[in-house]
Design a protein around this ligand. Structure first.
Ligand SMILES: Cc1cc2nc3c(=O)[nH]c(=O)nc-3n(C[C@H](O)[C@H](O)[C@H](O)COP(=O)(O)OP(=O)(O)OC[C@H]3O[C@@H](n4cnc5c(N)ncnc54)[C@H](O)[C@@H]3O)c2cc1C
Length: 485
């Protein structure tokens, strides 16, 4: 334990709960600050939503596949782990949207589906004539009153019409949150546009301001790793082992209690519980797990965590021979609005988007279909065969492929994506305030300040820094003989 009056300083013990990107990064940061670290992952593997496996002999991600390259944290970590040579960028950025019975190129010049360029929107033919005519009313309508927060559909629908919400904004947000525009928070999911639109009456003008403020030639928006983004988790775990971090899998943490010295964790199955003591704890598990763990000791945070809902989804990955298609799939893929969906909400043409994938297997076409949005849990009760059939039917409709794939993989992600619903930012502020009063505790991961990989890395670094600060202060007060609060 920290601060004991012995000659050799005893390193503080930090327990990290959850081995996704957030937990792995928090453990790395804590170990680099000199702590003794134990990482406890409930499942059989670390990585969480980062996982890669082979399909038709090619390494294709089962979960997250693209990392925002315009935030620094992801690429910084990649470089720190010596993976800079493995960074790959998309071969194409053009994407499409299925609307009114056909695929249309995504109009250029939009901010998360909110049009900044009305000519490009008209040319794309994504909206009906009536929907298109409704859009410019935004330029003349009086201010839309909005309080602290408003739903994405509420504000955007009022400004530019429901068709923009249904056929552009919701499908794009669906790619990130698998959520519904009427539930998601405008402030939390579109912070840039929310800021810009506060000072402006027109949302189109706000979207233009955001577009014009973006740096020109800022480089690719996304990146990945050649053997799959999942290898980032594997490389992190290997680095942790080098740093003497104890990395444990199948170590589900079931209970967390405060002790006079720090924390006591109960780990493993109910019949053979194991007790582990730590000076500080970082919870990097999803909100549902954090809720259970904090129920006794930080009930206010626990109750708030219970209010964060999750969407479940499945990814069906199909590998075809290239000759199976009347024409090779174009662009990086397409989105399907809920109003037109048969279940598949997004399709990624992986081998077109990431050309490095087929270096070893030219002629192969790999496609990922995402199935399921928030509130569509019944879809995921279908069997693997039914999900495969759903994906194949979708691809037959849009690409004309009728041959069977050479390989298919179904990945189910139950409780995968936190829903940043209206009031999310205030909820997170209340959780942070409740946790701030508790020494040796920090939370991080996708539930809080951003669900993408770079945001999770940032939240993990902040959590490790918070715990380290607390331990340093505690060490100082114990050596000066002050009592710990
Ligand atoms: C299909 C899919 C595609 C995605 N695509 C992208 C993308 O392309 N780009 C992007 O940036 N983001 C993407 N995301 C989002 C991103 O992957 C996640 O938000 C992020 O990886 C979450 O990391 P995390 O560490 O917070 O949580 P997780 O990855 O969920 O890790 C949490 C870990 O905690 C463990 N755990 C839970 N309870 C306990 C317990 N009691 N004790 C011990 N361990 C526990 C879990 O087993 C899990 O391993 C995608 C997500 C999904 C599901």
């Amino acid at each position: 334990m920290v601060g004991h009056m012995t000659d050799a300083p005893i390193r503080a013990h930090v327990a990290v709960i959850g081995g996704g990107i957030a937990g792995l990064t928090a453990a790395l940061q804590a170990a680099k600050s000199g702590a003794r670290v134990t990482l406890l992952e409930g499942s059989a593997d670390v990585g969480g939503k980062l996982r890669v496996s082979e399909i038709a002999g090619l390494p294709v991600d089962e979960g997250a596949e693209a990392m925002l390259a315009r935030r620094p944290e992801g690429l910084e970590l990649v470089r720190e782990l010596g993976l800079a040579d493995a960074v790959a960028y998309p071969g194409t950025t053009s994407a499409a949207i299925w609307s009114r019975g056909a695929l249309h190129d995504m109009p250029s010049g939009h901010i998360m589906g909110v049009p900044a360029d009305l000519v490009a929107l008209a040319r794309s033919r994504v909206l009906s004539a009536a929907g298109l005519a409704r859009v410019p009313l935004d330029l003349v309508r009086p201010v839309t009153p909005r309080g602290e927060d408003v739903s994405v559909a509420g504000l955007i629908g009022a400004r530019v019409g429901e068709e923009v919400v249904d056929r552009l904004v919701e499908p794009l947000l669906g790619g990130v949150y698998a959520g519904r525009a009427e539930d998601l928070s405008f402030e939390a999911t579109m912070p840039g546009l929310a800021d810009a639109s506060r000072a402006r009456r027109s949302l189109i003008t706000a979207a233009r301001a955001v577009r014009d403020a973006a740096p020109a030639n800022a480089g690719p928006v996304f990146s990945t790793l050649t053997a799959g983004l999942g290898t980032l988790a594997q490389a992190l775990a290997a680095r942790l082992v080098e740093l003497d971090v104890t990395v444990r899998t199948e170590a589900m943490v079931r209970e967390l209690r405060r002790t006079p010295e720090g924390w006591r964790l109960t780990v493993g199955p109910t019949r053979e519980p194991e007790v582990l003591d730590a000076d500080a704890v970082i919870i990097a598990a999803p909100a549902r797990a954090a809720r259970r763990l904090l129920q006794e000791e930080v009930p206010v945070a626990s109750a708030e965590l219970g209010g964060i809902e999750y969407a479940s989804m499945a990814i069906v990955t199909l590998a075809y021979s290239g000759t199976a298609f009347p024409e090779p799939p174009r662009g990086s893929g397409y989105l399907v609005p809920a109003v037109e969906s048969s279940g598949v909400k997004a399709v990624t043409f992986s081998t077109t988007k990431w050309p490095h994938l087929i270096d070893g297997a030219p002629g192969m076409v790999v496609i990922r279909c995402s199935i399921g949005r928030y509130g569509e849990e019944q879809l995921l009760q279908r069997s693997d065969d039914e999900l495969k059939a759903m994906a194949m039917t979708e691809l037959a409709r849009t690409t004309g492929v009728i041959e069977l794939p050479v390989d298919v993989r179904v990945t189910r992600w139950g409780g995968a994506l936190p829903q940043y619903s209206v009031g999310h930012l205030d909820r997170i502020a209340r959780i942070r305030a409740a946790v701030a009063g508790v020494p040796g505790l920090a939370l991080c991961g996708a539930a809080y300040d951003g669900i993408g990989i770079p945001a999770c890395i940032a939240s993990a670094r902040a959590a490790a820094a918070r715990v380290q600060d607390g331990l340093t202060r505690r060490g100082q007060s114990e050596t000066t003989g002050e009592r710990r609060l």
